[in-house]
Design a binder for this molecule. Structure first.
Ligand code: DLZ
Length: 169
């Protein structure tokens, strides 16, 4: 799982047909805004670079990563989005709060993934230090926002392709 040797945003382009038909919802936690703002920027730039029209990208701010769960649920339930991209940064502090938030957000978003038909992308950094976060939002390890955008496009296309094909058996 280590990203020590890996640039998280090495892939910025995908080759997918009718890509401009997709619509994306981007949810951005406001805690550690220096980090989440950079992740958001990388994510939006990568969506645009791949041909997603700006008007097909809706961005919503949520207070903290914890709120990504309810916001993502609202987005998959009440909108026509093709994928939801959740952006957050949880940085370890002096109390066990870090573990509870990480566990809650991970479990909450994983539950959505396994119970809803719309892909929910985990663009949440869970790191020990601010420097580790900075390294992953445009620093030496690239920008995980780019990676989240690419993953969202790929999952939206996968969902479209699976739904559009006649069952083989
Ligand atoms: C409370 C809290 C703490 C301590 N740390 C973070 C963090 O590192 N990253 C983050 O996104 N949010 C943090 N929060 C806020 C919670 O996610 C949530 O917004 C509050 O507990 C209110 O529900």
């Amino acid at each position: 799982m280590s990203s020590a040797q890996q640039n998280l945003s090495s892939r910025k382009m995908v080759n997918i047909s009718d890509i401009d038909h997709f619509r994306f919802t981007v949810l951005v936690a406001q805690w550690n805004k220096e980090v989440t703002g950079a992740l958001e920027q990388g994510c939006i730039e990568t969506l645009l670079l791949n041909g997603i029209p700006r008007e097909s990208i809706r961005v919503f701010a949520v207070p903290g990563s914890w709120e990504l769960i309810s916001a993502a649920r609202l987005a998959v339930t009440h909108s026509k989005t093709d994928a939801v991209i959740c952006i957050g940064a949880v940085i370890k502090g002096d109390t066990p709060h870090f573990e509870y938030i990480c566990q809650g957000v991970t479990n909450g978003l994983a539950t959505l993934c396994s119970t809803q038909d719309i892909p929910v992308i985990f663009g949440v950094l869970t790191v020990n230090t601010l420097q580790q976060a900075l390294d992953r939002c445009g620093g030496i390890h690239g920008n995980k926002g780019d990676e989240a955008a690419i993953t969202a496009i790929e999952l939206a296309a996968l969902s479209r392709d699976i739904r559009s094909k006649e069952p083989l058996f």
